[in-house]
Design a protein around this ligand. Sequence first.
Ligand SMILES: *Cc1c(COP(=O)(O)O)cnc(C)c1O
Length: 405
Amino acid sequence: MDEGYLPLDASYATRAIHECQDPEKWSSRAVVPPITMSANFQLDTSGDIEKGYFYSRFGNPTRDVLEKCLASLDDAKYGLCYSSGLCAVAAVVNLLRAGEHVVCASDVYGGTYYNLAELATERGVEVSFYDISKEKGLADSIRPNTKLVLIESPSNPLGRLVDIRAASAECKKHPGVILAIDNTFQTSYFQKTLAMGVDVVMYSLTKYMNGHSDVIMGAVVTSNDEIYKRLHKQQIYLGIMPSPFDCFLVSRGIKTLAVRLKQHMRNGIHVAKYLQKHPKRNKPVEPCLSDHPQHELLKTQSSGICGIFAFYIKNAGLEEVKKFIASTKVFVNAGSVGAVESLITSPAIVSHFAVPREERLAIGITDNLIRLSVGIEDAEELCKDLDQALWAALNESVNTKVTTD
Ligand SMILES: *Cc1c(COP(=O)(O)O)cnc(C)c1O
């Protein structure tokens, strides 16, 4: 460059890029699969891009490990990972063309509702929602142009169940209708949905699957060749995949899923039973307890129950609910679920704030509803935490006006 300096090291830049980095040398026998951040892969001498890896949008070794593992955990042929759980749902909805119809269960995840009611509708897909508490709700909603049925069980936040086998039997009466389930809550550990006749399983891996509140990711699992082909093409040409580093984290999280979920279940039941006897708790909505109206159905389609449930506080309005949540010391006030940490939220204020008040009340999301995602801390400490917060919130409000019962 400028004259007068010592000469530059001519091969420095080349060595910085290539030294000891021959693409053919990676076979270290590492027990944990390496995080392959590489965007490009060296083609073999034939230059055939179909042989091995080519470009990470098409396929990446770290993502492959996770996708194959997810497929195996559902006894499925194919797994596909996406940059978020909602992206996985959107990919499935995106299989529909304008003029085709999707039927979706009531009280699904808010983002799913928005994707259907706004985005899918905008591009000409017909969307309808059916009430899962109505015996013939699904049967009555299927039309000649129905191509997709979306369900979620248990529902969020009210823990209402869909009879998965019955939904599948209904869909099978209509050839060409795909049944897809969002199995984020129960995961493939507690609920094997493909075995019950579901065609496509969607996950937010952000929740229990990863479990540590440090990755946003989603997945779709299926054994249907045709559906896989279409989803795979979309994954590549919409470019909706997660990073290899995030795949590594989720692969790591899944290694402890079985242990974590057993503990989430134990803790969830412990806390639910404690609340059941609490003088400030009202009306059961916990599917994990035997007094839940669908507890028997749960046992016929699941091997366990995750730690998410809701309960109503007796004689409380929004003010008391806010005070209650602010008074918890172990439970974290956060809108998500399925983490090792116990999380607490008010659906009325957080997840369903956009739903008009009357509509929200009609489906049971009243101001005094609380959703818990029970973590894997010490269960007794969790009960004590809720107890002190309930009294702290309600003692001062004896004379204040309440809006719900
Ligand atoms: C969180 C969640 C989603 C969305 O997942 P993201 O990873 O946040 O995009 C979808 N469905 C259910 C049931 C969820 O809980």
